[in-house]
Design a protein around this ligand. Structure first.
Ligand SMILES: Nc1ncnc2c1ncn2[C@@H]1O[C@H](COP(=O)(O)OP(=O)(O)OP(=O)(O)O)[C@@H](O)[C@H]1O
Length: 754
């Protein structure tokens, strides 16, 4: 069992035109990300004063749906795939944006759609067999209707020991994508009357494919969009019951008592029973209006929400087939309960025989003392567990985010910044929790001494033996109860480790698939290009000849990219009988980026220069399209520029050429800038001969067929050339300029004559 406090986020909606007609003043002031102050309007009663409220999150008028999702639900909702129940509901007066926040299904999606996207994406990435079923119901004047089956009349709710709250006869439809759910909601909405509570239930069945005992975990994601008023415009009766339950639970929490909570008084609270005080991670979005006109309702919402924020739930993971260990614990527990009942019976019997009022009262005092001690012990153990759990989770998240950061750093600045921020926040939180944990552990270390003191007190008392026996048994019972509880907590932590491990495995699997894809892409690419072109020039890159699919192909081997070892299973790759050197991955890309399939163009000293030059786009019909495009500097020379042509083959070719362009140049550092080039050209220092020399030195020993030449349409990037290929172009250009000059002269003459 783990304790999980109900989380509450407050969202303030913007003032609308109706509000502005009354006043443009806001009654709410957000002071930080967790606090807001309610300022009574001037007309309000004198008694009212400013009041500050603290929640898990406060979102002001400008917060977006995305902000809300990322901060509140994004990670929490994934617990449902680890067997926890998750509940999300909105709470607040009419028109405060409850449906907008939860249910918006177009443009700026609400939390539901975002959560579903997240869930389905994760389900697709996981190896376990996960099935999701969707049910959609409406509560209308204490009657429950199935919106996916209008043949179903008023449905019945019952409590099931294994499955929790169950709605008899409710239709459950298998869903595999967000779109399917949207379609069903749209269908359901047609059956729905306005101003009613609607509840969406997603039941998740998870089969453990790895374990031997074939367990199926069941968990629920419940989303409730509540109506504040009923059809007659009165405050909904179910909301009033809900309010009652919240205040009783909150009171119980502060006074540490076990009260009776009237869940059964309304259908809504019956359904939400597990979400309050049950086994659920619950998130409440309290929606409020900042308008002067809605002040009363706003205060009501804030009061109930802050009460709800103090409630703790007990999270347990439910499985259909319990494991043996679980059975053992259950039987120990049952046995203890029976023993206790038996002892009580014996004691009653004895006390009926000889009423020993004084002794009885003394025993009662001892009893209270013992119970208080063990309640304290249990509370502290629960807190220790809660912090251990959170610490484990944060550590895992930090690790995961740090690895993600390594992958996106330098590629996607936005994501990297976001990750860095998240890591920083998590580390702060981690530090905080570790401090708390130490505090609680210190308190826990005194427990065994205190237990012994209790026993000694009982033994040294003047009580008769039967009372002493009762009290020592009581102590023993509680010791066992605490031990059973500790076993359960350890089980929970083990479960957490197991699910974290599974997540890492899933990531690794996707990394391997990704790398296989990169390798396959590269091979395809090399086969189609390796045949037509010499690879001699890549002097620093190894080349080999291999027979691939019956074709002899020259492959160039690029160095292996740096990838974190555990993300790259070298062993698995070597078993494919290839040298790891032959993989060329420009950079390990995230699966998302791979989808876009952007060619990777590394920044070389050339691209820096070339990027500064404007890039002409040359049509296919132009003879120049066969060569990498160039820029005319004067009638004799041109500078080679980076691609771009409409010819697909060429652009691929040039992409290769760009990718390794610096291999052609002897002295990379001395590539002239555009200004320097112009200077050189005007001083005519650069002759055709010197150009050729610098151009061909790296391939001087190779045959003319292989060497890079103008005939093969390759130009030296950033250098100046004279080429027969550009002659036609140049001549045309000169002709055009001359024509223009003649035309100008004609015009000038004509105007002079006038
Ligand atoms: N944060 C927001 N940003 C922009 N518009 C909002 C926001 N919150 C609410 N609105 C708008 O205010 C109007 C009322 O919102 P909505 O219907 O969601 O309220 P509600 O609380 O669900 O009301 P009811 O209880 O009557 O169903 C809608 O037109 C909605 O688009």
């Amino acid at each position: 069992m783990l304790l999980e406090s109900i989380k509450v986020a407050i969202r303030i909606r913007p003032l609308n035109t109706r509000d502005l007609e009354i006043s443009d003043k806001s009654t709410l002031k957000v002071t930080d990300q967790e606090t807001l102050v309610a300022i009574p309007p001037v007309e309000a009663e004198v008694k009212q004063v400013k009041k500050s409220y603290k929640f898990n999150w406060v979102f002001d008028q400008i917060a977006t749906q995305k902000d809300l999702f990322e901060k509140t639900l994004e990670y929490q909702v994934l617990s449902v795939l680890d067997g926890m129940n998750v509940t999300l509901f909105s709470y607040g007066a009419s028109g405060t944006g409850k449906s907008h926040t939860l249910m918006k299904m177009n443009d700026d999606y609400g939390l539901l759609i975002r959560a579903l996207n997240q869930l389905f994406q994760t389900i697709h990435n996981r190896k376990r067999k996960i099935q999701m079923k969707f049910s959609y119901i409406e509560i209308q004047q204490e009657q429950l209707y199935d919106l996916l089956n209008n043949m179903n009349g008023n449905l019945d709710i019952r409590d099931d020991v294994e499955k929790g709250v169950v709605i008899n006869g409710m239709r459950e439809i298998d869903v595999t994508s967000t779109q399917e759910v949207i379609n069903l909601i749209q269908y359901g909405k047609r059956q729905k009357s306005t101003k009613q509570h609607e509840v969406l239930i997603f039941t998740i069945y998870i089969q453990d494919m790895v374990g031997q005992n074939n367990e199926i975990q069941i968990s629920k994601f419940i989303v409730a969009d509540l109506a504040w008023l009923d059809k007659s415009g009165q405050k909904s009766a179910s909301i009033q019951v809900l309010n009652g339950c919240i205040s009783l639970l909150s009171e119980a929490q502060t006074k540490k008592i076990q009260p009776f909570i009237p869940y059964r008084n309304s259908k809504l609270t019956k359904i939400l029973k597990d979400s309050f005080g049950g086994n659920s991670k619950t998130l409440i979005i309290g929606c409020v209006s900042p308008s002067v006109a809605n002040y009363e309702e706003t205060i009501q919402t804030l009061e109930y929400c802050s009460m709800a924020a103090g409630i703790f739930n007990q999270g347990t993971i439910k499985t259909i087939q319990q494991s043996n260990q679980h059975e053992d614990i259950k039987s120990i527990y049952d046995q203890l309960i029976n023993e206790n009942a038996e002892l009580k019976k014996q004691l009653n019997h004895k006390s009926n025989q000889k009423p020993l009022n004084n002794e009885k009262e003394q025993t009662k005092l001892y009893e209270e003392n013992i119970i208080e001690h063990f309640n304290n012990e249990q509370d502290i153990n629960q807190s220790i567990f809660k912090y251990q759990w959170e610490i484990e989770q944060i550590k895992f998240n930090v690790n995961e985010n740090q690895e993600n950061l390594q992958r996106v750093d330098g590629i996607d600045r936005n994501s990297a910044d976001k990750l860095r921020f998240q890591i920083e926040q998590d580390l702060k939180q981690l530090h905080n929790y570790q401090e708390q944990l130490v505090k609680f552990q210190k308190q826990a270390s005194n427990f065994s001494i205190q237990r012994r003191a209790l026993e000694e007190n009982v033994n040294q008392s003047n009580l008769s033996n039967s009372y002493k026996l009762y009290l020592t048994n009581l102590i023993e019972k509680h010791v066992l109860r605490v031990e059973v509880f500790e076993i359960k907590l350890k089980e929970q932590i083990n479960e957490l480790h197991r699910s974290q491990h599974e997540r890492i495995m899933a990531i690794q699997r996707s990394q391997i698939t990704l790398r296989d894809r990169i390798i396959a892409d590269q091979r395809k690419h090399l086969i189609s290009h390796g045949k037509n072109r010499s690879v001699q020039h890549y002097s620093q890159i190894d080349t080999t000849t291999e027979v691939i699919d019956g074709t002899k192909a020259k492959l160039k081997h690029y160095p292996l990219p740096k990838v974190k070892d555990h993300y790259f299973n070298k062993q698995a790759y070597l078993q494919r009988k290839e040298s790891p050197k032959s993989i060329f991955s420009p950079r390990l890309q995230t699966p998302l980026q791979l989808k876009e399939k952007k060619p990777y163009v590394p920044k070389t000293p050339h691209t820096k220069i070339l990027d500064n030059l404007s890039t002409p786009i040359i049509p296919k019909s132009n003879p120049l399209a066969k060569a990498p495009p160039s820029k005319l500097i004067d009638s004799q020379f041109m500078v080679a520029l980076p691609l771009i042509t409409t010819n697909r083959n060429l652009s691929k070719f040039v992409y290769d050429w760009r990718g390794s362009g610096y291999k052609f140049v002897e002295d990379q550092k001395n590539i002239p800038s555009q200004r320097e080039l112009k200077k050189v050209i005007s001083s005519k220092q650069y002759t055709q001969q010197s150009l050729d020399k610098s151009f061909f030195t790296t391939s001087s020993r190779s045959t003319s067929a292989k060497r890079v030449s103008f005939k093969q349409s390759l130009l030296l990037p950033g250098k100046v050339h004279e080429s027969p290929y550009v002659k036609g172009f140049i001549n045309k250009e000169i002709q055009r300029k001359m024509k223009l000059k003649q035309l100008n002269q004609k015009m000038m003459k004509a105007t002079k004559n006038k």
